[in-house]
Design a protein around this ligand. Structure first.
Ligand code: ASP
Length: 343
């Protein structure tokens, strides 16, 4: 991990908050052969110092301590890197000299990393993720303003105790609620139905609501080295039981179903999942729809089948919570349902 400190030249800089910027790669650190190219680029090739140098206005917002934690396309995010990140965030925030953290990340798995940190970081200081849809070399690259806004949020008193946040396209989102909803648009993230927590513009940070689900210091979860095997399967017209049977044979401990509608599951898949539950596999029903919650089906279904419902978590976020819950030793549908109702 490379560490450097960017000391602003502006007078009175020592009065500014100190923000640690942890870079992990992504399109925000991407580069293409020409400025009109916004899709044929390589992610994660521009270093954190260059990203910061592209935003001179940072010097009037914060003192920046920069670290290159990784240089990856976030499609390749690994659980081991999540652990490294969570531990680094906790170490930095334990230092009185650090006032907040910004993490630059790829957009593809940003929502998973953000929710993982929301559940595992054990501090109330701000942790803010940001990203970009256009590479740093592009005309109208969105990374520099997103980075400035993320540092502005992290440096703000208003962000304390709000859990892990995502600053993107002028909005401030809760890590639990945000998801990528466009493959190409600059406004690529939404907190569907729930909405953003607030906005950041021209140095002003405005929160309009708070996250109510327990997070950070109010969770029992921590990043670790040993992870259970938790996978996602989907339900669709003509689904077979092949994937579930293969996963059970491979030793899977948890399965999240990207169900249709309100987490409904094709009969063939449901039969395989019911047999998996009988073998001790935790099964969580989520939805592939992209907004809305998955209701618990009560005695009629979930109780009888031993399934858990994921509330508003999409399948990939539900997987994060199930990973952490199983790693913490939780078991049984009732205990896991309590967890999904709490976090
Ligand atoms: N594939 C890139 C990544 O997730 C996409 C992006 O950052 O927009 O790293």
């Amino acid at each position: 991990m490379n560490t450097s400190t960017h000391t602003p030249s502006a007078g009175g800089a020592s009065a500014l908050p100190c923000i640690a910027v942890l870079a992990t790669g992504g399109t925000i650190a991407g580069s293409a052969p020409d400025a009109a190219n916004t899709s044929g680029y390589q992610a994660g090739v521009v270093g954190v110092a260059q990203l910061l140098d592209a935003v001179p206005a940072l010097s009037s917002v914060a003192r920046i301590q920069a670290e290159q934690v990784a240089s990856i396309d976030s499609k390749d995010m690994a659980l081991s890197l999540w652990t490294t990140l969570a531990e680094r965030v906790d170490t930095l925030l334990a230092d009185d000299a650090i006032d907040g953290i910004v993490i630059t990340h790829g957009t593809d798995t940003l929502e998973e990393t953000a929710y993982f940190l929301q559940l595992t970081v054990k501090h109330t200081k701000p942790v803010v993720l940001t990203a970009a849809m256009r590479p740093s070399s592009a005309l109208s690259a969105d990374g520099p303003l997103n980075l400035l806004n993320a540092v502005t949020v992290a440096a703000s008193r208003a962000a304390h105790g709000q859990g892990v946040l995502v600053a993107f396209n002028n909005r401030i989102h809760c890590a639990r609620d945000i998801a990528k909803t466009s493959t190409y648009a600059v406004d690529a993230f939404q907190s569907a139905e729930i909405g953003a927590l607030g906005w950041v513009q021209d140095g002003r940070v405005e929160f309009q609501r708070r996250a109510l689900r327990a997070h950070t210091v109010a969770t029992p979860f921590k990043a670790g080295a040993a992870w259970p095997m938790v996978e996602v399967v989907a339900s669709y017209a003509g689904t077979s039981r092949v994937a579930v049977d293969a996963l059970v044979a491979a030793g899977v401990q948890g399965i999240v179903v990207a169900g249709t509608g309100n987490g409904s599951i094709h009969a063939s898949l449901q039969q395989a999942l019911t047999e998996a539950v009988a073998k001790g596999v935790a099964v969580v029903r989520s939805s592939r729809v992209g907004s809305g919650h998955v209701m618990r089906n009560g005695a009629a279904a979930d109780d009888a089948l031993g399934f858990v419902s994921a509330d508003t978590l999409n399948p990939y976020k539900a997987r994060v919570l199930l990973l952490l819950a199983l790693a913490a030793g939780q078991s049984g549908a009732a205990a896991l349902q309590h967890t999904f109702d709490t976090y």
